[in-house]
Each structure stands twice: as structure tokens, then as C-alpha cells.
Design a protein around this ligand. Structure first.
Ligand SMILES: *Cc1c(COP(=O)(O)O)cnc(C)c1O
Length: 443
């Protein structure tokens, strides 16, 4: 039985007289005013989650200067960057493009951190010129580049070293980042991380402030985070033994899991942070080093649950299966161009009819898009009301992270608009692309 699930939809979503209401605005009204497909962000929910992680981090570690960097890659636009800025937390960017959004939004650059395993000289130069807080270095080539460019600009750049602690995170291979055989970071086990530390210490234009570890995304097992912290703190202890001083900061990355389908849970920041703090404090005490200033980088856990995608059903088609059963293909007006996660990672989603209630029998359905691929599936298997017809609205919750941000123009579809809703009011924050936008690139 598929129905509205408050644990998956954004905090201010509910069913009002059979219709989905998001922060006081009916889904039917949003679809009528802005068209579909549409990304609808629950603004207060976003800010509450951002603050929630910040408060949880600080109270678990008993400090006031812990740093949450919102991972821009999960979804960013100027308005979101302003919300992040207002909340007082930082921003983690990975490319010149994401940095450009931060700059355009007037984001305080000292609260920005630059990631990426292959930053260009131009990206590095821009970052240092605009006074970016931290650059997380990811290769020996990059140590040379950041050191040289900072020297040219007459600056001393604060850096972290990204290390791979050799932890197998229990998540999809493509979003698992801390085992040995990955493109990211410097391996602790092979000694590369230690060599990187020595290289950076030789440079007078680099200020090594700490280490960084990010084990992957959509992770639920706290052992993964704990195991990584243990490995990284061992390096901090070795650093103190070798150099007689302590690295003051430690960034433990993001990756906190959220609920997509009934039965799953969204990790509670208070629980996750207190577990992490316990491990970090224990390990630091054992190594007799001070607990460093901790930062984390949640993306999905802040924006993921806040956003719902609205689609309009265009066609339905019944197909006979080998086992004699029937599957109804429900085709919507978007697909893999606005949500690639099912095709890329086998991700699962929930959908409900958003424009009315139905007491009809629920039947075996597959929700697909309008692209020219059989793999253009949004939900492989779901029970939906038999009386679902073209023109009905489908709402898919928890699409805030890696939805719009991974959107493409495949088949020359135009990327959907993003709407913020709050206290009964809706406003456009990213307009829908038009075919004129697409053609404007052509010479
Ligand atoms: C992707 C990424 C994040 C954010 O991951 P979430 O699963 O969205 O929390 C944080 N830090 C780094 C380095 C990343 O690559």
C-alpha cells in the first residue's frame, strides 16, 4: 500500500483534503503556476536541517566553533548559498562553477572550502585570489600548484590533506570513496599521506591546518565514520611525535544517509554526532593529543529530504509479464534527465498521487520518464492506484540531493525549475530552462 509518509516527505508536507500540501501551498497550485516537472524546496526545512547539523556538531564536541560545510554539489544555486550563509555554516565547493555560485551569492569566502581531485590552475588561482578559507589538496601535483600560485599571489594558503583511511563504506561502489583503490586523496597505508605532510611543511606559502577524510555517501553504519576517525587520528598522533606540534583541525566529511522509501530512516544529527564525538574524544585521549576543531560536510542530509519533485502523468500502458502478471508503465514528463540516481546507483524512490485521494485498488506499476532508453526508470516497482490517469500529478519526495544538480539536457529536455515554498508562499529560485536557452549555445 503506497501512501504519504511523513518520514520521507519534507517536514512541512501533509495531505489536505486528499491533496499534497507543501509548506502551505498545494501541489496542484504549484503545478498550475510553474508547470512540471518541478523541484519544490521546503525552505524552513532546509534551514532547520542546516542548523540541526551545526548544533549537533557543536554540542556533541562541547564547542562553539565546529564547522559544518554544506556540500554544494548535492544542490546549490545563489538562493541556497544565501540560506547557507544566513545559517552561519560554511560551503564546500568542488569546481570553479560551484565557486562562481558562492561568489555571485556574496558568500563569505573564508567559510568556503575547495575540494576536487583535479583542480585546474585557474580554479586554484581564483580560490586563492578571492580568499577561500581552505583548499583540500588531493595530489602531489596539486601541492606544487597551490604552493606556487599562493607564492605568486603573495599569500599563505590554509590547506587540508585529503587522506584515504582504507575503510570500506557500505554503500554503492560509485559513491564509496575511502578504500584504497580510488582516485581521491592520499593513502595512509601506503605512506603517501605522510609524504604529502612532509612536502607541504617544506612550502612557506602553505599552512597545513589539518587532515580531511570523506568515506562515501548515503552511509548509515556509524562504524564506517568511527573507523575512519580512528585511522586519521593515528596520523595526527604520528604528526605530534614527529614534529612536536599538533594539527589543529580535522574534517571528517559527509555522507550521512537519508530515507528514500518506507522503512528507511534519516540519520538523526544528534545521535550521529554524539557517537562520532565519543570516538574522536576517546582516540585523542588515548593518543594524548587535544581534540582538534572538527568539521563535517553533509550535503544530502541537509537538502535531500527538503525537496519533492512534481511530475504530470502523460501516458499509462499495461504490459504482460512472463509470470502472467501485468505491469502498468506510468510515464511522466521528466525522467533520467532530472533524476539519474535510479539509473546510476539503482536508487529507490517513493511516489504518491499528489492531486487527489484514491480508494481504488493498488496495482503493480513502474514509473518511467520520457527519454529514449528502457533504463529511463524512476521507480522500478511500486503499487499505485488503478485509477491513475494522464493528467494526474505524481510527487516523489527526497529528491533534493543529486537530482537537479545532476540534471542533464539528454534528449534536449529543458531542466526543471526550482521553487522555494515557505509559510503558504511559493517563489521561483531557479527558472525552468527553455528551448531558446539550449539553442543559445549554438553558433
Ligand atoms: C560528496 C561529498 C560530500 C557530501 O556527501 P553527502 O553524501 O551529500 O553528505 C562531502 N564531502 C566530500 C569530499 C564529498 O565528495
Amino acid at each position: 500500500m503506497t501512501s504519504f509518509d511523513a518520514a520521507i516527505f519534507s517536514t512541512h508536507s501533509s495531505i489536505k483534503s486528499g491533496e499534497l500540501d507543501i509548506a502551505g501551498v498545494l501541489a496542484t497550485q504549484l503545478a498550475a503556476d510553474y508547470g512540471t516537472p518541478l523541484f519544490v524546496v521546503d525552505e524552513s526545512d532546509f534551514k532547520a536541517r542546516a542548523k540541526g547539523w551545526n548544533n549537533a556538531l557543536n554540542s556533541a564536541f562541547g564547542v562553539s566553533d565546529g564547522m559544518v560545510y554544506y556540500a554544494a554539489k548535492s544542490f546549490v544555486c545563489k538562493e541556497i548559498a544565501r540560506w547557507v550563509s544566513e545559517t552561519g555554516i560554511g560551503l564546500d565547493v568542488c569546481t570553479g562553477g560551484e565557486m562562481a555560485v558562492a561568489i555571485a551569492a556574496g558568500f563569505p569566502m573564508d567559510r568556503v572550502e575547495l575540494h576536487g581531485n583535479n583542480k585546474s590552475e585557474k580554479e586554484i588561482r581564483t580560490a586563492i585570489e578571492v580568499g577561500i578559507g581552505t583548499i583540500v589538496v588531493d595530489s602531489f601535483h596539486e601541492i606544487e600548484r597551490v604552493s606556487r600560485i599562493a607564492a605568486e599571489l603573495g599569500k599563505v594558503q590554509k590547506v587540508y590533506i585529503r587522506v584515504t583511511p582504507g575503510v570500506e563504506a557500505h554503500t554503492h561502489e560509485f559513491i564509496s570513496t575511502a578504500h584504497e583503490d580510488v582516485k581521491f586523496g592520499f593513502s595512509i597505508a601506503s605512506g603517501a599521506a605522510w609524504t604529502a605532510i612532509q612536502e607541504i611543511r617544506k612550502s612557506s606559502s602553505l599552512n597545513l591546518a589539518g587532515l580531511h577524510s570523506h568515506i562515501g555517501s548515503q552511509i548509515f553504519a556509524s562504524e564506517g565514520f568511527a573507523a575512519a576517525a580512528v585511522k586519521v587520528i593515528a596520523v595526527l598522533a604520528k604528526y605530534r611525535d614527529a614534529f612536536g606540534s599538533e594539527l589543529p583541525e580535522l574534517d571528517l566529511g559527509g555522507g550521512y544517509g537519508i530515507a528514500y522509501i518506507p522503512g528507511e530512516i534519516t540519520l538523526d544529527p544528534t545521535v550521529v554526532m554524539s557517537e562520532l564525538a565519543a570516538v574522536v574524544k576517546r582516540e585523542c585521549a588515548a593518543a594524548k593529543i587535544a581534540v582538534p576543531k572538527i568539521s563535517i560536510e553533509p550535503g544530502r542530509a541537509i537538502v535531500g529530504p527538503t525537496t519533492t519533485t512534481l511530475y504530470t502523468v502523460g501516458t499509462t500502458k499495461d504490459v504482460a509479464l512472463d509470470n502472467g502478471a501485468t505491469r502498468r508503465y506510468v510515464a511522466v514528463d521528466g525522467g533520467m534527465s532530472d533524476n539519474i540516481r535510479p539509473a546510476l546507483y539503482g536508487a529507490e524512490y517513493l511516489a504518491i498521487i499528489a492531486n487527489r485521494s484514491s480508494t481504488a485498488t493498488q496495482i503493480n506499476c513502474r514509473v518511467v520518464g520520457k527519454h529514449c532508453e528502457s533504463g529511463d526508470i524512476i521507480i522500478r516497482e511500486i503499487q499505485l492506484a488503478q485509477d491513475l490517469v494522464p493528467g494526474d500529478l505524481l510527487a516523489i519526495p527526497a529528491t533534493g540531493a543529486y537530482g537537479r544538480s545532476m540534471a542533464s539536457n539528454y534528449n534536449h529536455l529543458t531542466r526543471p525549475a526550482v521553487i522555494a515554498v515557505k509559510d503558504g508562499k511559493a517563489r521561483l529560485i531557479v527558472r525552468r530552462e527553455t528551448e531558446t536557452d539550449l539553442l543559445a549555445l549554438e553558433l
